[in-house]
Design a protein around this ligand. Sequence first.
Ligand code: AMP
Ligand code: MG
Length: 323
Amino acid sequence: MLVLGIEGTAHTVGVSIVDGDGEVLSNVFETYQEKEGIHPREAANHHSSKIVPLIREALEESNVGRDEVDLVAFSQGPGLGPCLRTVATAARSLSLSLDVPLVGVNHCIAHLEIGRLRTEAESPVLLYVSGGNTQIIAFTKGRYRVFGETLDIGLGNMLDKFGRDKGMNFPAGPVIEKKARGGDELLDLPYSVKGMDVEFSGIMTSALNLDEPLEDICYSIQETTFAMLTEVTERALAHTRKNEVLLGGGVVQNKRLQEMIEKMTEERGATSFVPEPEFCVDNPAMIAWTGYLMYDSGTSISVEESNIRQKFRTDEVEVTWRG
Ligand code: AMP
Ligand code: MG
């Protein structure tokens, strides 16, 4: 079985072909480069100009003919309306013209499923930290449930906004990571954990108001926010009695975050897993693969049911593919 998957919830638009054995035959994507924060309509225009070439490229790279595609999967949400609509339109047209079924995939769950495919993690707690999202997700009682999340913005967006103010190029996360290596003084920033949830805007405001070397500020932002995430992840592990942490989202490429999570899991006798970078960031292979799992366990939707879901909650999805 060959699945064509399309991702397009935010900055990234892409197309992937995977087969039913989990072989990723192609995974091609492009990212809209923001200058002053993501502009949803401009990102959507970017996606609509790239989507047809990306479909061609994904098919060519995987050596799959159009008529060989058995299923079309797309990112149904959560995400930015204009981006989601662009991708949904492409997916519907493909499904109709190829006369194959259509599946709408929850983007957050797809991060977890691609991590399970690409690493040895079996039933992990997912720490998902991207531009727009920050969530701790785990499978319990038949659903993927959110155990903790940001109450304001995603950590990646916070880093990007802070960086923009300091004249760094987008994405600022990797620049901040580099600068942080030169810092050693832990400056006073709010530590915002509320129950199992976290908050980042206040930390950003405080960091922007600091008159200290940039290296120390970057170091302190990382130490503070990553400690918050590590704390909440540890509590999710304890609560769910799981012994695996899977990392997902662009921010988890950060070596310091990986190190802190690894240390925490080791101390608990648990294990942490990080997929390869191309499967950490938003990528279409995760949509294609989750689409396959859903379809294989009996889920597909009609074009009428394929409306986008900007606020698509992780725990709304009926998980038919896990025993
Ligand atoms: P995503 O939204 O999952 O595609 O990931 C993009 C986000 O990851 C952006 O906000 C980047 O700033 C952030 N990011 C990428 N690399 C790093 C890094 N090494 N450290 C921190 N954040 C990062
Ligand atoms: Mg994502």
